[in-house]
Design a protein around this ligand. Structure first.
Ligand code: ATP
Ligand code: MG
Length: 415
């Protein structure tokens, strides 16, 4: 748990550095909150139950919908943009496996009420910087824009269901199946068919984005989506996202969720099948919940997967250890020993007191095991002299010092 807490704190601190205020929302909500907007996959995975008044409730499968509800209830009149972050558990009825649990934790952020490439880039940067700050070394940010595919669809006579099906195949990323499906769709001209196929094979370098001329530029809304995407990618470099970690991936469809424009995913190759540690994008949901529509961009990092990834990449952790282990030798030394422990703790020095009344040699072994730096030994001699014996557990060096100097000596040893 100490490792999780350390990373949790880093994620929270990153959000604060970017001005995202932390919020907390309830663990269960009315089921409609989620069925109104979440992707069908998530709705199928929900834990639903009835309360004593026969209301249908759901354990939250994610925190975005709750954030929108809270925004409308409490923050709608606040000056925009409103920037919030959360760290909470979510529940999905899925087949548990490595990196996929029925209860898992998400750290996320939402930027509500700003429609600009810089707002989008900032939110993506928060996700990436949170991961970098947490110590994640190897990962890939993939950026895409749903407007590109949708812009092409708009120029065709494709039915809604064909569009959804093709988006699903893009999301799954199975080239052969997609090509087969496109070939058998008579709602497409030969040219449109080839254009859609080209999306899956196009490799875009993030280094010279400006000079890249995608084939779909003839379609006005695809072209404007592309320009938006290119601008965000350009800004991301300025926001400090390393260019070699970035990739343009025009096939991202985000599991047919509620996203409308920019979309992004972050993968960690070491995680294998469940390699996605973060997903996000731009959307407008407020109008669905009875509010005024506002451009929103958000993301959620899968905290449990991030922890697995950090373990895989051997991130070193400094686990909390006591600085001082205080050993009273004999009952008469106990009062003073407790006083010393209390005094050290008051001064912010993590300290432990021998609680089993063991003899010094056993205590020293135990203290070394805990990783304590110093043992403070208090016997009858020391009591009489108003001194303590301080043993450095790393070097084995032992000195007797005035009790009154103990705090200063410990502080010196910590520098
Ligand atoms: P996946 O495709 O892996 O099922 P998702 O698209 O359903 O992910 P999102 O709804 O975007 O995931 O949630 C954001 C992040 O939460 C994911 O990138 C992932 O890291 C994490 N996550 C999602 N479901 C689980 C789960 N069951 N257990 C652990 N982490 C999860
Ligand atoms: Mg899923």
């Amino acid at each position: 748990m100490a490792k999780r807490r350390e990373i949790e704190q880093i994620l929270r601190k990153t959000a604060i550095e970017y001005g995202y205020m932390e919020i907390a929302t309830p663990i269960f909500e009315h089921v409609e909150l989620f069925t109104l907007k979440s992707g069908s996959e998530i709705v199928d995975q929900m834990y639903i139950f009835k309360d004593k008044s026969d209301r249908e409730l759901a354990l939250r499968p994610e925190l975005t919908a709750s954030t929108m509800r809270m925004f409308l209830a409490e923050m709608e009149r606040a000056p925009q943009p409103v920037k919030v972050s959360y760290f909470g558990n979510a529940f999905r009825y899925e087949r548990p496996q490595k990196g996929r649990f029925r209860e898992f934790w998400q750290f996320g952020a939402e930027l509500i009420g700003a429609n600009s490439p810089e707002a989008e880039a900032e939110c993506v940067a928060v996700a990436v910087m949170a991961l970098i700050n947490a110590g994640l070394k190897n990962f890939k940010l993939r950026l895409g824009h749903l407007g590109i595919l949708k812009g092409i669809f708009k120029e065709t006579v494709m039915s809604e269901s064909s569009q959804v099906n093709i988006m699903r195949l893009f999301d799954k990323g199975i080239k052969e199946e997609l090509a087969f499906e496109l070939d058998s769709l008579d709602e497409l001209s030969a040219e449109q068919r080839e254009l859609l196929k080209s999306i899956i094979t196009t490799e875009v370098s993030t280094v010279n984005l400006e000079s890249f001329e995608p084939q779909f530029m003839q379609y006005e809304s695809s072209a404007s989506a592309w320009r938006n995407l290119a601008e965000v990618a350009k800004l991301l470099k300025l926001f400090g996202v390393p260019v070699e970690k970035m990739e343009i991936d025009l096939t991202i469809a985000r599991g047919l969720d509620y996203y409308t424009g920019l979309v992004f995913e972050i993968d960690v190759p070491e995680l294998g099948a469940e390699k996605q540690v973060c997903g996000g994008g731009a959307y407008t949901l407020l109008e669905l919940f009875g509010g005024k529509s506002a451009h929103t961009i958000g993301f959620a990092i899968g905290f449990d997967r991030l922890m697995l990834a950090l373990e895989e990449q051997n991130r070193p952790f400094d686990l909390p250890k006591p600085v001082a282990y205080i050993i009273p030798v004999g009952r008469e030394a106990l009062t003073k020993a407790v006083e010393i422990a209390t005094e050290l703790r008051k001064n912010g020095i993590p300290s432990e007191l021998e609680l089993k009344g063991r003899g010094p040699s056993k205590c020293l072994k135990y203290a070394a095991n805990l990783g304590a730096n110093l043992a403070i030994i208090l016997g009858s001699d020391e009591l009489a002299e108003k001194k303590v014996t301080v043993k450095d557990l790393k070097t084995g060096q032992q000195t007797k010092i005035e009790m009154d100097n103990l705090l200063a000596e410990i502080r010196k040893s910590m520098d």
